[in-house]
Design a protein around this ligand. Sequence first.
Ligand SMILES: Cc1cc2nc3c(=O)[nH]c(=O)nc-3n(C[C@H](O)[C@H](O)[C@H](O)COP(=O)(O)O)c2cc1C
Length: 172
Amino acid sequence: MAKNLVIYYSRKGQNYVNGEIVELEKGNTELIAEYIQKAVGADLFELETVKEYPADYMECTEAAKQDLRDNARPKLKEMLHDISEYDNIVIAGPCWWGTYPCAVFTQLEKLNFKGKHVFPVMTHEGSGEAKSRSELKKFCTGAKVGKALAVQGSKCPGAEEAVARWAEKNLK
Ligand SMILES: Cc1cc2nc3c(=O)[nH]c(=O)nc-3n(C[C@H](O)[C@H](O)[C@H](O)COP(=O)(O)O)c2cc1C
């Protein structure tokens, strides 16, 4: 049986859902990571930045935009160093200005993906899979990049079945 790992970033707190600012107890992407784990079995690894992003949604969008301008690599509380035991690695994150948060790249740059199968997962408010697949092609050298899964943030709580179908079909 294939061994699966989900590396994810997800931000709790204020978020923009269906045109409104709401408070999320659990981030959308975290929910999807858990659905994948439940469907096919997977280890989960959450990426957490040392410096937290602003709780305020608008301030967070500005901080994320500045990260992109600076091509930042925010420091992480913990990092993975060895993924050799895994066959499939899912890289899950929210769409921030059309791509993953820069914290995801901090981690990806430190891993050896040679011979692995990687899968983009992106939660979003309209941008779909955005640049997730092309970013993984760029950052996960030597890996085969599989089919992306995109879930709109507001639909995450009801997406368990669709996520399970995607996971069962792709993570094998
Ligand atoms: C800084 C920031 C930038 C965002 N940029 C986009 C975007 O470009 N396109 C989009 O569809 N949604 C965007 N969103 C919405 C998030 O992608 C969406 O709410 C996501 O599900 C949040 O996931 P999380 O709760 O796991 O962090 C943005 C949200 C934030 C906080």
